[in-house]
Design a protein around this ligand. Structure first.
Ligand code: AMP
Ligand code: ZN
Length: 111
């Protein structure tokens, strides 16, 4: 499958994971929108949030977001998570992922 995140997961594209376990990988976004911009990506390919019915995996994804925030030391000042879904949600890579943004005041659509 021609999926950029699947290629990262298979190590066909080099990426330095911030954290990794058997289900998930967390990597730096190539085009960061904040000083800290990490993607938390399930190793199993789901095109969008709508395609994943695995509630345990959803929990694991949020848990890894907490771990990433703590590891990078942004947990006390704060951070934002986003899951862009489909076209008007701003999704450009059709492989489920959470954005973790931090390192500056995050203003915008959600204020
Ligand atoms: P979205 O627009 O929500 O689908 O987010 C996709 C994100 O993937 C964007 O923020 C891109 O900058 C990021 N991205 C695309 N290719 C790569 C890559 N090879 N490594 C890291 N991040 C990437
Ligand atoms: Zn994929």
């Amino acid at each position: 499958m021609d999926c950029i995140f699947c290629k990262i997961i298979k190590k066909e594209i080099p990426a330095a994971p911030i954290l990794e376990n058997d289900q998930l990988i967390a990597v730096k976004d190539i085009n960061p929108q904040a000083p800290v911009h990490i993607l938390i990506i399930p190793k199993k390919h789901y095109a969008t949030l709508l395609d994943c019915k695995d509630k345990m995996l959803f929990g694991e994804m949020l848990s890894m977001a907490n771990e990433v925030a703590k590891k990078l030391g942004v947990h006390e000042k704060g951070f934002r998570l986003a899951i862009n879904t489909n076209h008007e949600g701003g999704q450009t890579v059709l492989h489920l992922h959470i954005h973790l943004l931090a390192g500056r005041p995050l203003s915008g659509v959600l204020g």
